[in-house]
Ligand binder design. Structure first.
Ligand code: DC
Length: 229
Protein backbone atom coordinates (compact mmCIF):
# COMPACT_ATOMS: atom_id res chain seq x y z
CA UNK A 1 0.00 0.00 0.00
CA UNK A 2 1.40 3.39 -0.95
CA UNK A 3 1.45 6.44 1.33
CA UNK A 4 -0.48 9.39 -0.12
CA UNK A 5 -0.83 13.01 0.95
CA UNK A 6 -3.67 15.01 -0.66
CA UNK A 7 -3.40 18.81 -0.89
CA UNK A 8 -6.37 20.73 -2.26
CA UNK A 9 -7.24 24.39 -2.47
CA UNK A 10 -8.06 27.29 -4.79
CA UNK A 11 -5.83 28.72 -7.53
CA UNK A 12 -2.88 30.70 -6.24
CA UNK A 13 -2.90 29.32 -2.68
CA UNK A 14 0.69 28.13 -3.20
CA UNK A 15 -0.18 24.43 -3.46
CA UNK A 16 2.46 23.52 -6.03
CA UNK A 17 5.34 25.29 -4.26
CA UNK A 18 4.36 23.77 -0.94
CA UNK A 19 3.53 20.29 -2.25
CA UNK A 20 6.81 20.11 -4.17
CA UNK A 21 8.82 21.15 -1.10
CA UNK A 22 6.97 18.75 1.23
CA UNK A 23 7.43 15.89 -1.25
CA UNK A 24 11.16 16.66 -1.48
CA UNK A 25 11.60 16.75 2.29
CA UNK A 26 9.64 13.53 2.81
CA UNK A 27 11.23 11.70 -0.13
CA UNK A 28 7.90 11.31 -1.96
CA UNK A 29 6.94 11.92 -5.58
CA UNK A 30 5.06 15.14 -6.32
CA UNK A 31 2.04 14.83 -8.62
CA UNK A 32 0.68 18.15 -9.92
CA UNK A 33 -2.80 17.23 -11.20
CA UNK A 34 -3.54 20.76 -12.48
CA UNK A 35 -0.90 20.17 -15.15
CA UNK A 36 -2.96 17.25 -16.50
CA UNK A 37 -6.02 19.50 -16.96
CA UNK A 38 -3.70 22.11 -18.46
CA UNK A 39 -2.31 19.54 -20.93
CA UNK A 40 -5.86 18.63 -21.97
CA UNK A 41 -6.66 22.35 -22.36
CA UNK A 42 -3.52 22.89 -24.45
CA UNK A 43 -4.60 20.05 -26.71
CA UNK A 44 -8.04 21.65 -27.23
CA UNK A 45 -6.56 25.10 -27.89
CA UNK A 46 -4.08 23.67 -30.41
CA UNK A 47 -6.86 21.75 -32.15
CA UNK A 48 -8.98 24.92 -32.35
CA UNK A 49 -11.84 23.42 -30.35
CA UNK A 50 -14.48 25.81 -29.01
CA UNK A 51 -14.23 25.26 -25.25
CA UNK A 52 -17.90 26.16 -24.76
CA UNK A 53 -18.85 23.27 -27.06
CA UNK A 54 -18.94 20.43 -24.53
CA UNK A 55 -19.76 17.79 -27.17
CA UNK A 56 -16.74 18.77 -29.26
CA UNK A 57 -14.44 18.70 -26.20
CA UNK A 58 -15.75 15.26 -25.19
CA UNK A 59 -15.23 13.84 -28.69
CA UNK A 60 -11.75 15.34 -28.99
CA UNK A 61 -10.56 14.31 -25.52
CA UNK A 62 -10.54 10.65 -26.67
CA UNK A 63 -7.60 11.58 -28.92
CA UNK A 64 -5.46 13.01 -26.12
CA UNK A 65 -3.04 10.57 -24.55
CA UNK A 66 -1.69 12.31 -21.43
CA UNK A 67 1.04 10.71 -19.32
CA UNK A 68 3.55 11.72 -16.66
CA UNK A 69 7.20 10.81 -16.40
CA UNK A 70 9.85 11.91 -13.91
CA UNK A 71 13.18 13.26 -15.09
CA UNK A 72 15.64 13.93 -12.26
CA UNK A 73 12.69 13.87 -9.85
CA UNK A 74 10.86 16.56 -11.83
CA UNK A 75 7.41 15.83 -13.25
CA UNK A 76 7.19 16.02 -17.05
CA UNK A 77 3.83 15.92 -18.82
CA UNK A 78 3.54 14.25 -22.21
CA UNK A 79 0.73 14.92 -24.66
CA UNK A 80 0.56 12.29 -27.40
CA UNK A 81 4.26 11.58 -26.88
CA UNK A 82 5.39 15.24 -26.84
CA UNK A 83 6.86 16.75 -23.68
CA UNK A 84 4.56 19.79 -23.25
CA UNK A 85 5.69 20.73 -19.73
CA UNK A 86 7.06 24.09 -20.91
CA UNK A 87 3.74 25.20 -22.42
CA UNK A 88 1.40 24.64 -19.48
CA UNK A 89 1.92 27.54 -17.08
CA UNK A 90 0.55 30.39 -19.23
CA UNK A 91 -2.54 32.40 -18.29
CA UNK A 92 -4.22 31.31 -21.55
CA UNK A 93 -3.79 27.61 -20.81
CA UNK A 94 -4.84 28.10 -17.15
CA UNK A 95 -7.98 29.88 -18.28
CA UNK A 96 -8.78 27.14 -20.82
CA UNK A 97 -8.12 24.46 -18.16
CA UNK A 98 -10.79 25.94 -15.92
CA UNK A 99 -13.29 25.34 -18.77
CA UNK A 100 -12.30 21.79 -19.77
CA UNK A 101 -12.07 20.68 -16.13
CA UNK A 102 -15.83 21.18 -15.61
CA UNK A 103 -16.59 18.37 -18.08
CA UNK A 104 -17.16 15.02 -16.32
CA UNK A 105 -15.78 12.90 -19.20
CA UNK A 106 -12.51 14.86 -19.11
CA UNK A 107 -12.32 14.42 -15.35
CA UNK A 108 -12.99 10.66 -15.51
CA UNK A 109 -10.14 10.19 -17.93
CA UNK A 110 -7.66 12.20 -15.86
CA UNK A 111 -8.82 10.89 -12.47
CA UNK A 112 -8.18 7.34 -13.64
CA UNK A 113 -4.56 8.28 -14.38
CA UNK A 114 -4.21 10.04 -11.00
CA UNK A 115 -5.55 7.02 -9.08
CA UNK A 116 -3.12 4.74 -10.87
CA UNK A 117 -0.16 7.01 -10.10
CA UNK A 118 -1.11 7.19 -6.41
CA UNK A 119 -1.55 3.42 -6.16
CA UNK A 120 1.88 2.85 -7.68
CA UNK A 121 3.90 5.43 -5.69
CA UNK A 122 4.17 7.17 -2.34
CA UNK A 123 3.25 10.72 -3.32
CA UNK A 124 2.05 14.19 -2.50
CA UNK A 125 -0.75 14.97 -4.94
CA UNK A 126 -2.23 18.45 -5.29
CA UNK A 127 -5.39 19.64 -7.02
CA UNK A 128 -9.00 20.53 -6.29
CA UNK A 129 -10.69 17.17 -5.66
CA UNK A 130 -7.88 14.96 -4.42
CA UNK A 131 -9.12 14.53 -0.83
CA UNK A 132 -12.79 14.39 -1.81
CA UNK A 133 -12.76 12.30 -4.97
CA UNK A 134 -9.41 11.03 -6.30
CA UNK A 135 -7.95 9.75 -3.01
CA UNK A 136 -10.77 9.66 -0.43
CA UNK A 137 -8.61 7.33 1.70
CA UNK A 138 -5.42 9.43 1.52
CA UNK A 139 -3.23 9.08 4.62
CA UNK A 140 -3.18 12.86 5.12
CA UNK A 141 -5.43 15.58 3.73
CA UNK A 142 -4.70 19.30 3.70
CA UNK A 143 -6.90 22.14 2.45
CA UNK A 144 -4.63 25.07 1.63
CA UNK A 145 -6.16 28.49 1.12
CA UNK A 146 -5.56 32.25 1.36
CA UNK A 147 -7.73 35.31 0.76
CA UNK A 148 -8.23 36.24 -2.90
CA UNK A 149 -6.51 39.61 -2.26
CA UNK A 150 -3.38 37.85 -0.95
CA UNK A 151 -3.39 35.33 -3.80
CA UNK A 152 -3.75 38.12 -6.36
CA UNK A 153 -0.90 40.08 -4.77
CA UNK A 154 1.38 37.00 -4.88
CA UNK A 155 0.57 36.44 -8.55
CA UNK A 156 1.11 40.13 -9.30
CA UNK A 157 4.54 40.08 -7.60
CA UNK A 158 5.47 36.91 -9.50
CA UNK A 159 4.56 38.45 -12.88
CA UNK A 160 6.18 41.83 -12.24
CA UNK A 161 9.36 40.07 -11.05
CA UNK A 162 9.43 38.44 -14.49
CA UNK A 163 9.10 41.90 -16.07
CA UNK A 164 5.50 41.33 -17.24
CA UNK A 165 3.14 44.26 -16.91
CA UNK A 166 -0.16 43.40 -15.24
CA UNK A 167 -3.10 44.83 -13.40
CA UNK A 168 -3.68 43.80 -9.78
CA UNK A 169 -7.43 44.33 -9.87
CA UNK A 170 -7.81 42.28 -13.03
CA UNK A 171 -5.75 39.45 -11.54
CA UNK A 172 -7.95 39.40 -8.43
CA UNK A 173 -11.14 39.43 -10.54
CA UNK A 174 -9.74 36.55 -12.60
CA UNK A 175 -8.88 34.55 -9.46
CA UNK A 176 -12.36 35.10 -8.04
CA UNK A 177 -13.98 34.09 -11.33
CA UNK A 178 -11.87 30.90 -11.42
CA UNK A 179 -12.72 30.13 -7.76
CA UNK A 180 -16.39 30.46 -8.58
CA UNK A 181 -16.14 28.05 -11.52
CA UNK A 182 -14.05 25.54 -9.53
CA UNK A 183 -16.41 25.64 -6.52
CA UNK A 184 -19.73 25.65 -8.35
CA UNK A 185 -19.23 23.09 -11.09
CA UNK A 186 -21.33 19.95 -10.86
CA UNK A 187 -18.51 17.44 -11.25
CA UNK A 188 -16.23 17.24 -8.19
CA UNK A 189 -16.38 20.89 -7.14
CA UNK A 190 -13.56 22.31 -5.06
CA UNK A 191 -14.37 21.90 -1.36
CA UNK A 192 -12.63 20.95 1.85
CA UNK A 193 -12.93 17.23 2.63
CA UNK A 194 -14.54 16.48 6.02
CA UNK A 195 -11.29 15.02 7.32
CA UNK A 196 -8.90 17.59 5.80
CA UNK A 197 -6.90 20.02 7.92
CA UNK A 198 -7.42 23.65 6.91
CA UNK A 199 -4.30 25.78 6.54
CA UNK A 200 -4.90 29.46 5.73
CA UNK A 201 -1.62 30.82 4.37
CA UNK A 202 -2.70 34.49 4.09
CA UNK A 203 -0.35 35.61 6.86
CA UNK A 204 2.26 32.87 6.62
CA UNK A 205 5.62 32.65 4.86
CA UNK A 206 6.35 29.72 2.55
CA UNK A 207 8.70 28.24 5.18
CA UNK A 208 6.01 28.48 7.87
CA UNK A 209 3.51 26.71 5.64
CA UNK A 210 5.97 23.92 4.81
CA UNK A 211 6.76 23.43 8.53
CA UNK A 212 3.05 23.35 9.38
CA UNK A 213 2.35 20.73 6.76
CA UNK A 214 5.32 18.58 7.72
CA UNK A 215 4.01 18.70 11.28
CA UNK A 216 0.53 17.65 10.14
CA UNK A 217 1.96 14.86 7.99
CA UNK A 218 4.09 13.52 10.80
CA UNK A 219 1.23 13.67 13.29
CA UNK A 220 -1.21 10.80 13.63
CA UNK A 221 -3.91 12.96 15.19
CA UNK A 222 -5.11 14.35 11.89
CA UNK A 223 -8.72 15.46 11.69
CA UNK A 224 -8.91 16.40 15.38
CA UNK A 225 -9.09 20.08 14.52
CA UNK A 226 -10.34 21.05 11.06
CA UNK A 227 -9.52 24.70 11.65
CA UNK A 228 -5.79 23.94 11.68
CA UNK A 229 -3.31 22.85 14.31
O1 DC B 1 -3.92 24.23 -10.24
P1 DC B 1 -3.96 24.69 -11.66
O2 DC B 1 -4.15 26.20 -11.80
O3 DC B 1 -2.79 24.21 -12.46
O4 DC B 1 -5.27 24.01 -12.31
C1 DC B 1 -5.71 24.31 -13.61
C2 DC B 1 -7.22 24.10 -13.70
O5 DC B 1 -7.50 22.70 -13.56
C3 DC B 1 -8.04 24.82 -12.62
O6 DC B 1 -9.04 25.62 -13.21
C4 DC B 1 -8.72 23.76 -11.84
C5 DC B 1 -8.54 22.50 -12.61
N1 DC B 1 -8.20 21.37 -11.75
C6 DC B 1 -9.22 20.54 -11.36
O7 DC B 1 -10.37 20.78 -11.72
N2 DC B 1 -8.95 19.45 -10.60
C7 DC B 1 -7.71 19.19 -10.20
N3 DC B 1 -7.47 18.09 -9.45
C8 DC B 1 -6.64 20.05 -10.57
C9 DC B 1 -6.93 21.16 -11.34
Amino acid sequence: MSFNIAIDGPAGAGKSTIARAVAGKMGLIYVDTGSLYRAMALFMVREGIDLQDTGAVIRKCQEADITIRYEGGVQMVFLNGENVSGYLRTEEVGHAASFVSVIPRVREKLVELQKRLAAESDCVMDGRDIGTCVLPHADRKIYLTASSAVRARRRYDELTAKGESCDLEKIQADIEERDYRDMHREASPLRQAEDAVLVDTSDMTVEEVIDRILLICNTKAQGRNRKGL
